[in-house]
Design a protein around this ligand. Structure first.
Ligand code: AMP
Ligand code: ZN
Length: 471
């Protein structure tokens, strides 16, 4: 049984009920990485949100068929391979591998298919032939094949472009993969080969040597794996124009069917007011942050916690904040796993109330701030009760199960008895050290302090006595 999920649809600029054609088989396409460099955490914000939304669908009973492409041929990959004097495949292989490592580190559920553009050139050629046949594509004087946007009356419907403005510029055409709204023009489907620009990178086709346009790649791969009509298409906001606008135009002009009714776009991750991007050089990769000692889950928390329609301003203070929030939540779980109590309690209804609030928050346009706030409400409610030994075994188990369900969506926690044993061992060492200090056995106290330090913890003096803190 599925629940009613509302999401912001870029196409209507409204929150709408998400109604897939078949709830048991939601056809989901997300634009994947251009593998010419390591993904930066801006790209990863988009992928983490897409993962969150997909987990919400799965959690509430939808079946999902997810395709994420790999753009392994475009202007940037060709430029990079030539600059490094490498074959295109060898050049992109490094970044493909790194991309999958990043997905694992961030606990992102795998897609059903990761098609690479270079494995689907025949499908792309076939689409271009169809578009030429439908007289919506034409061969330019430079030998490249272009899509004529004037022949597609719906052009601009996703990005809400004023068509009259468009027509004035529509006599031009553009060969590059990326361009802005001000220069909306006919765009390239097949880019003819230029030895000075492309080195040895080209494919044979009925329209001569060359390579596909970036936009066409996604249309061809989406339709091959998901059919002519999808249920949901996602990407970052920079993809709305021209990329997704062009995807719609090519796909619909080819199949004569509606390509996708629901489009969800993730706002950017920014640094000092600017979009984090490889070209501006203001980026951090996941590796940079792991090298600085942060964990994948801490970065996941940071990327996850802001609503997808709000820009996320990256700072190291923010990252440290995520680190401590996650630690608080994980400590609560560890406490539930290790606490013991003989007293009887009855918090079943309260626990249900928290679950309801968490679920309602997510179903209302993935209100992640409210969903996460529910977890902290739980901590505020139950930590003092645990302090006083007032949560019985059954309620603790209910809470653990609740946090496990939360985690099916959040993907942030561990439910590991080993962690607990480790904490118990450290707690014992802490108590022994206190005893040694009382006994003025400084050698033993120092030995125990060093032992605790060697396990990655520091001793902090608090009003409640000495406590452990991750160093
Ligand atoms: P690319 O590798 O440039 O094709 O981008 C891959 C994905 O990351 C696309 O969905 C982009 O929209 C998204 N993206 C790029 N830069 C950012 C950013 N600063 N914040 C969030 N998403 C981004
Ligand atoms: Zn795409």
């Amino acid at each position: 049984m599925t629940s009613s999920l509302r999401l912001f649809n870029t196409k209507s600029l409204k929150k709408e009920l998400f109604k897939p054609n078949d709830p048991n088989n939601v056809k989901l396409y997300t634009c994947g990485p251009t593998v010419y460099n390591y993904a930066h955490i801006g790209n990863l914000r988009t992928y983490v949100f897409e993962d969150l939304l997909k987990r919400v669908l799965l959690y509430f009973g939808y079946g999902v068929e997810h395709v994420m492409n790999l753009t392994d041929v475009d202007d940037k990959t060709i430029r990079g391979a030539i600059a490094d004097n490498k074959k295109l495949d060898d050049y992109t292989a490094v970044f493909k591998k790194a991309f999958f490592e990043d997905l694992t580190t961030l606990n992102i559920l795998p897609a059903n298919h990761y098609p690479a553009a270079t494995d689907h050139i025949p499908e792309m050629i076939q689409m271009i032939e169809q578009l030429l046949q439908n007289k919506i594509a034409y061969i330019g004087a430079d030998g490249s094949v272009y899509f004529s946007i004037r022949q597609f009356p719906n052009y601009g419907s996703l990005s809400h472009l004023d068509l009259s403005e468009l027509k004035s510029g529509a006599s031009n055409r553009v060969e590059v993969d990326e361009y802005d709204k001000e220069s909306a023009t006919d765009f390239v489907l097949w880019k003819s080969y230029d030895v000075n620009r492309d080195g040895q990178i080209f494919w044979e086709s009925p329209f001569g040597k060359g390579r596909p346009g970036w936009h066409l790649e996604c249309s061809a791969m989406a339709m091959k794996y998901l059919g002519d009509t999808l249920d949901l298409h996602m990407g970052g906001v920079d993809n709305i124009f021209p990329h997704h606008e062009n995807e719609i135009a090519q796909s619909e002009a080819c199949s004569k069917k509606h390509f996708c009714p629901f489009w969800v776009h993730v706002e950017h991750l920014i640094v000092e007011g600017k979009k984090m991007s490889k070209s501006l050089g203001n980026f951090h990769t996941l590796r940079d942050l792991l090298d600085k000692g942060y964990s994948g889950k801490q970065v996941r928390y940071l990327l996850l916690q802001t609503h997808y329609k709000t820009q996320l301003n990256f700072t190291f203070d923010g990252l440290r904040g995520s680190q401590s929030s996650l630690e608080r939540l994980q400590n609560f779980i560890d406490r539930l796993l290790s606490a013991e109590s003989v007293k009887k309690s009855d918090f079943g209804d309260l626990i249900k109330k928290y679950e309801q609030k968490f679920n309602d928050s997510l179903l209302e346009d993935i209100n992640i701030s409210s969903a996460l706030a529910t977890l902290f409400d739980c901590l505020r409610e139950f930590n003092p009760l645990l302090d006083k030994d007032q949560v019985d075994k059954e309620d603790r188990e209910k809470l653990i199960e609740l946090f496990k369900r939360f985690d099916q969506i959040l993907g942030l926690f561990t439910f590991n008895e080993k962690n607990i044993e480790m904490t118990q061992d450290l707690d014992q060492a802490l108590q022994d050290r206190e005893k040694a200090r009382e006994d003025k056995d400084w050698t033993e106290a120092d030995r125990l302090r060093d032992y605790i330090l060697s396990k990655g913890y520091q001793i902090e003096d608090t009003p409640k006595g000495p406590q452990l803190k991750k160093s």
